[in-house]
Ligand binder design. Sequence first.
Ligand code: PRP
Length: 210
Amino acid sequence: MSYLTIAMPKGRIFHEAVDLLRKSNYQLPPEFDESRKLIIEIEEEQLRFILAKPMDVPTYVEYGVADLGIAGKDVMLEEERDVYELLDLKISPCYLAVAGLPDTKMNEVAPKIATKYPRVASSYFREQGEQVEIIKLNGSIELAPIIGLADRIVDIVSTGRTLKENGLVEYEHIVDITSRLIVNPVSYRMKNERIQELVDRLNDVILEKQ
Ligand code: PRP
């Protein structure tokens, strides 16, 4: 049996993803959750995990240094990488939305939109027939309308707390998001049996939860 390499997103999805793998009967040691290591091998399972920034997971998978990865649909839409989406893991549900200060209109000429998702945001506003200027930020997007950098933001809403605590409101719902299992197309052919087994085991747990 050869190793399967899985790119895991560090951060909020990580614990839910680990939990799902454990429920699918993969024996991941307790240190797994707290470790600072970026590559973790689990010999008994012949699994190797690489811990990546969420936005980078599809890149590792596209280039084949990871066979599989766990990535949010938001990341998939933004990155448009050449990978297959195998399974909706139904974890970390949230959505992408347009938000801003309450009772404010967007600037009529080239309104500014701050976001971590420039591709998703520009295609959304293009479809709406609105010409906007996209300002790419890397986090704390909610700051932008408050301090006058942007008219609106396009960002993830999960519990809605960040918007609320910063006095922002939601204007438009763009798309629902969950995490996906993705695969490198060549790995999918070459290691099909092992990958299919992983998919089946995950799927049993996902279906059980519904
Ligand atoms: C995300 C997102 C929002 C927040 C939404 O940010 O960008 O800011 O979570 O969650 P909520 O609706 O439950 O409040 P994250 O914490 O990932 O950090 P970031 O600001 O660095 O993007």
